[in-house]
Design a protein around this ligand. Sequence first.
Ligand SMILES: [Ca+2]
Ligand SMILES: [Ca+2]
Ligand SMILES: [Ca+2]
Ligand SMILES: [Ca+2]
Length: 536
Amino acid sequence: MARTSTILMLAVMGCGQSGAGEELLSPSTSGDPSGSVATDGTDATGAPPTTNTSTPTSADDGVDTGASAGDSSGDESGGPPPAPGCGDEVCDVLETCSACPADCGPCPSDCGDPQVLCVDDGAGPSQEFADIQSAADAAVAGDTVLVQPGSYAGFQISRSGEPDARISYLAVGEVLIDQAITSGDAYDGCVDEPTGICIVGSDELEGVHDVAVEGFHIVDMARSCIASHSANPGIAGSSGPHQRIVVREILCERAGHEGLYLSEVGASLVEANEIIDAGADGQPRGHGIYMANAGCDDTVIRANAIHWDGQLGPSEGAGIHFNGDESVDGNGGGDGIITGLVVEGNVIRGADHNGLNMDGVRASSVVGNIVHGNSRNAMVVYAIDASAGAGDLRIVGNTFVVPEFASGAAIRLEQDDGGHVIFDNILINESGGPSISLGNAEFTSDYNAVIDAFAFDEGDMSLAQWQAQGRDTHSLVVASAEVFVDADDLHLRADAPAIDVGVASLAGVDAPSYDIDGDARPHGAAFDLGADERSR
Ligand SMILES: [Ca+2]
Ligand SMILES: [Ca+2]
Ligand SMILES: [Ca+2]
Ligand SMILES: [Ca+2]
């Protein structure tokens, strides 16, 4: 369920380090009438995307703009951010030992502990199992499968834990999964579509629950680094989606299709993962993260870094695609919408499609994300497969930049039922399109940094016309060069007009307490606009 008050934001922790947080993607058709155009590979400010050759064992690019680490602005603490729920002495249901040892205790390390199943690809005292699948087949609620450094084949997870005794799959150091699942007993969908870690419900479509996978480095899977299958949306009388699944600190490189294909994953946490160059098989499709189907309600998608380096991604690959698909066979369609999402602190760059591509997402929060350098809308909500389009969205503190080569809006809300609250955002559009395009008059938008272009019900409007209807009366027109440090660093300049002109709340919705760097906000006289609070 959506957080009702302060939304905290986390930056990304290094792999397996302490301090990160607690709790906390159809069709190619996008609902984007403007379509996709030139793909010259430039980023938000015209420079070519930089190639990321940095550390393969951490997801720490999630806190910057996908390029330089943001140090040039000099206002980042660089330390671990306060984590929501971490430090309250309760190991919350989606909190893990690696994210919050203060509450959950240190991660287990003793292979002699009967609840620790040690896997090592080399013989020795830490080799209780030589492959991860054998340990997964033996694990019961409360167990930790501790995978020692090495190279492994993928594995399938079908066993569930309990809310107070999950089954954890924890990588120690560099654990490389470079072969897809090979087990003869694996679900066909995990073998026919080669996958690194496959989460598979029962034949009756009863989802897996209370499982965490953390710290794995997964490369070159023909389909996906992680995929889930065989669950349903949990409508009355059905057995339920996957629930309370934690996917943290996965480094996913060059997946053939989607990086993370998470079908019917509800009340779960997808945090601090880095997905690089998804859709590597040359076909059009390849989303960074795909939240598939209407059972994905109440999931937190936080502090993930999704980027394509050196060139744009595949032509039908969104940064994060959400698909509230009403049409799934059997009762798999559920209510046809995805609600209660928290999408915060993610950085998306280089998609040749929409950054946040949301079919049927309603009653959800989109907070503190940086979405830039993609070739269509930064964020679009619509109904194609879903039973309904945009409704009751909270869009706060984001930095959305639509580059010149793109075609789209910073925010586009279609099949719009209204009820949205939009504030403290930077919504720059260099493509000739609008900052905001929507179609229902029932919404609140103000205190944004915008351009002089809006659209209502597909009719273009100037800022003055928009303001004449009482919208964005405190918002200001900006250009990238005025607000950002440079082309690769979307932190605020010292003299950015976006500094100290935001508000702590609007229409009952609070601004986030932490910025993209994990720094507390507000700093200084007031909230800054966008995902970065300038803190010096
Ligand atoms: Ca806690
Ligand atoms: Ca739903
Ligand atoms: Ca400030
Ligand atoms: Ca900052």
